[in-house]
Design a protein around this ligand. Structure first.
Ligand SMILES: [Fe+2]
Ligand SMILES: [Fe+2]
Length: 293
């Protein structure tokens, strides 16, 4: 991706005014996502797809699993945005220029809006699962809160910015992949999950350009150039394990006898294109060319 320069900051600022959205009013919250659409997402996105561990799931259960998976992805994305806001606010100290400060303001405002949107959407999706327990989110909340707190204790403004934005970039790329998978498998524009991920992707395309700018301007020279990626990699792997452990939890609610210890094996065996693409991103975050987890 091209690195945005100063003139690009002006463009990003202008686009934040014309291309952003307000979740409360720009999303049709009365819209639904059909069982057939969730079912279509299952083979493309589920951890269990192609592993043979899901033989006991009928079509209805696969749709419910996909619904849990959407709640899981939206909750995690929202938590990263909520706890990441503090790291974003520290960026005001990085550079004194007005366009830079203006864009940080847009970035923070947009992530706060996204958090609200994902909370609402996850709640709406859960309402469509009467009798099933809500996805446990306390572990994810603690993990993300701790990750950002630990990043804030690191010495050096450049290192803190590089780490935070390596992590942001990974999660933002992840959400772009989710958006693409939803568009491919459940392309109805009015469906709730399609509206949510489409609106989000509109803002995230600009965030990724800004990530590249911050990472470029805060690049550490040798011998420390490897450090941000080395520190971000375990955080990204930890998040991937958490997301997939929640999918095993969801499968258990739907009657499968799986254990959390099977998560690494299932990650290796899954054939879901979404998972393979995410593991590719993870490999890139780890600095490898491999396509596997
Ligand atoms: Fe976001
Ligand atoms: Fe973002």
């Amino acid at each position: 991706m091209a690195v945005a320069g100063l003139e690009s900051l002006d463009r990003l600022n202008a686009l934040s005014l014309t291309r952003s959205f307000t979740p409360q009013t720009d999303i049709d919250w009365s819209a639904d996502t059909t069982e057939a659409e969730f079912e279509a997402l299952y083979p493309a996105a589920a951890l269990l797809a192609g592993t043979g561990a899901d033989a006991g799931l009928d079509a209805r259960c696969r749709a419910l699993y996909a619904r849990y998976q959407q709640i899981n992805l939206m909750t995690l994305t929202g938590l990263v945005e909520r706890h990441g806001v503090a790291a974003l606010a520290q960026l005001y100290d990085l550079e004194p220029s007005q366009p830079f400060a203006e864009y940080i303001g847009h970035f923070i405002k947009e992530e706060v809006y996204h958090y609200t949107m994902f909370l609402r959407a996850a709640e709406r999706l859960q309402q469509g699962m009467p009798g099933l327990p809500p996805l446990p989110t306390r572990g994810m909340d603690r993990a993300v809160r701790w990750l950002f707190a630990a990043g804030g204790w690191l010495p050096g403004r450049k290192l803190r910015a590089s780490l935070a934005f390596t992590f942001f970039r990974f999660t933002e790329q992840l959400t772009m992949v989710i958006h693409q998978v939803v568009q491919e498998c459940a392309p109805r524009r009015d469906s709730l999950i399609n509206q949510v991920w489409s609106c989000h992707a509109r803002d995230e395309a600009r965030h990724l350009a800004f990530d590249a700018l911050v990472l470029e301007r805060n690049r550490l020279g040798p011998p420390l150039s490897w450090l941000p990626a080395a520190l971000a990699a375990p955080a990204c792997v930890g998040l991937a394990l958490l997301i997939n452990a929640n999918e095993v939890w969801a499968a258990r609610q739907l009657g499968l006898n799986l254990s959390v210890w099977q998560v690494p094996g299932l990650m290796r065996r899954t054939r879901a294109p979404f998972k393979r693409r995410v593991f590719g991103l993870l490999s890139a975050a780890l600095g490898r060319q491999s396509e596997g987890p």
